[in-house]
Design a protein around this ligand. Structure first.
Ligand code: ZN
Length: 71
């Protein structure tokens, strides 16, 4: 089901791009948008899978936190 969702939005880069940009760690290990959900949340995971489908091999990570900010 989650894979289907990823495949569905893979062709819509605006969708997963927005999801990856908005569903980020709020600094305490929770999603900024759908907290109190833990981050990475389900939507971020789906968007991440969609990005992998759209951009096989990786590419840039516009929605990923720069890292090291937690704790
Ligand atoms: Zn989220």
């Amino acid at each position: 089901m989650r894979m289907e969702a990823s495949r569905y939005i893979a062709a819509m880069s605006e969708v997963w791009g927005t999801l990856l940009a908005e569903h980020v760690d709020d600094g305490s290990g929770h999603c900024r948008v759908c907290r109190p959900s833990r981050w990475p949340c389900t939507l971020h995971a789906i968007a991440g899978e969609a990005r992998l489908m759209a951009l096989p091999g990786g590419g840039s990570d516009p929605g990923e936190p720069s890292g090291g900010a937690v704790r």
